[in-house]
Design a protein around this ligand. Structure first.
Ligand SMILES: CC(C)(COP(=O)(O)OP(=O)(O)OC[C@H]1O[C@@H](n2cnc3c(N)ncnc32)[C@H](O)[C@@H]1OP(=O)(O)O)[C@@H](O)C(=O)NCCC(=O)NCCS
Length: 386
């Protein structure tokens, strides 16, 4: 059995268009997480960093730079890239190292800086995360690929553009309450439907924005967490999955096999089912993705997601609140940071720091984050300890 692993601290910059450089925002989030855990950089035994496009801000090989700036150049670091799922895949690797007993205390830092490249260049760069030979190289951007997925889902399950819009309206309502969110704006279904078409049927408000941002967590052994005397949460389930890289390689594009596999592993390890989850942070890069996620994660039957959203089941006070942070749609999607940002939200929720966006009586929460159209994915389950 793996050793118990806990999250003892968490910190994040605001997400959005940020003026500071990549190292500055990375250090800000790291120092926030270190302070939140009540430790010093000297307590950190390894640094795990998730990032995709550091090269555009003239910094790759980021781990040694971060550890040196934190005053602990002797601490080994590692940078992990897995497209939009980089944060959760990095979390899984950091988790495994603590669970195996290699380290007692790890800094997990996700960071991205992309808005300085502009929408056209960002879209091109992001397309390098697809299976470029079949997809990006033939002009299929991520909005285009998810538009195909949306068309297929709408045809199979008789869902409408309003059903997609409702996901955006709900996530914007949550994001307004999150001071760190990128797009804090109340919108209506009509606003979504009348917003400019990006890739039909997806419109501006069906898409996540391009965001900069950094999020960090302190991951440690149970002994280390208990000795701190601080509030912490425990990781009770961890799973990873994979799907054919290009959507054309999948039999059915209304489900993401990597999500299903990662969720099954995480539920099995935690010894629980989807019914035991009190809220979830899921990968809503586009509104259609959230509908597919909540079905693949087992919260609703296939095809029942749109109706669940319509009935308010996924709202903050619903049966299974989804994305109380605002999700990628409103909180933002700095791709290397997103998966860690989800853990930051869970930490804040389960340790009583989520203020106005608190999900009442939550004890067990799930994070779900994938790369590209779901070629890679990871799911984690957390439990409140005190
Ligand atoms: C939707 C998209 C095309 C909009 O790009 P754009 O038209 O160049 O937008 P801009 O950056 O010029 O912003 C224009 C305005 O819309 C807002 N905005 C931009 N994207 C937004 C979004 N996704 N949702 C809501 N508002 C958004 C901006 O804040 C800005 O508002 P302001 O004028 O009040 O400041 C772009 O955000 C996009 O491609 N998103 C998807 C990113 C992606 O593929 N991620 C990977 C997922 S797998």
């Amino acid at each position: 059995m793996p050793n118990k692993v806990c999250v003892l601290g968490a910190g994040s910059t605001k997400y959005g268009k940020l003026n500071e450089g990549i190292i500055e925002i990375a250090l800000k989030a790291s120092i926030d997480a270190i302070d939140s855990a009540g430790i010093t950089p000297k307590d950190i035994q390894a640094g795990y960093i998730s990032n995709v496009f550091g090269v555009t801000d003239r910094q790759v090989h980021m781990a040694p730079v971060i550890m040196s700036n934190l005053g602990v150049p002797e601490v080994p670091g590692l940078t992990i890239e897995s497209a939009c799922g980089s944060g959760s895949i990095m979390f899984r690797e950091a988790y495994a190292n603590v669970a195996a007993g290699f380290y007692d205390c790890i800094l997990g830092l996700g960071v991205e800086k992309i808005t300085h490249t502009g929408t056209i260049q960002s879209t091109t760069l992001f397309s390098y995360c697809s299976d470029f030979f079949y997809e990006g190289g033939n002009g299929a951007s991520f909005p285009g690929l998810f538009a195909s997925i949306a068309r297929s889902y709408m045809a199979k399950y008789k869902a409408s553009e309003e059903d997609l819009a409702r996901v955006a309206v709900k996530n914007h309502e949550n994001g307004i309450l999150n001071p760190k969110a990128h797009v804090r704006k109340k919108i209506t279904i009509d606003d979504v439907l009348k917003s400019p078409v990006v890739a039909s049927p997806l419109k501006l408000y069906d898409c996540c924005p391009f965001s900069d941002g950094a999020s960090a967590i302190i991951l440690c052994s149970e002994d280390f967490a208990k000795k701190s005397g601080r509030p912490f949460i425990e990781v009770i389930g961890s799973g990873r999955g994979a799907s054919p890289a290009a959507v054309q390689g999948r039999d059915d594009i209304t489900t993401i096999p990597s999500t299903v596999a990662a969720a099954n592993q995480a539920y099995k390890m935690a010894g629980i089912t989807a019914k035991d989850i009190d809220f979830a942070e899921v990968h809503d890069c586009f509104t259609i993705a959230e509908l597919i996620d909540i079905e693949d994660l087992g919260f609703f039957k296939k095809g029942a997601g749109a109706n669940a959203v319509r009935e308010g089941a996924t709202s903050r006070d619903g049966e299974i609140p989804i994305n109380p942070s605002g999700g990628l749609k409103s909180k933002g999607h700095p791709i290397g940071a997103t998966g860690i940002g989800q853990v930051v939200e869970v930490f804040e929720q389960l340790t009583g720091k989520a203020e106005q966006r608190t999900v009442r009586d939550a004890e067990v929460a799930l994070t779900h984050n994938f790369g590209a159209t779901g070629a890679s994915a990871a799911v984690h389950i957390f439990k409140r300890v005190q």
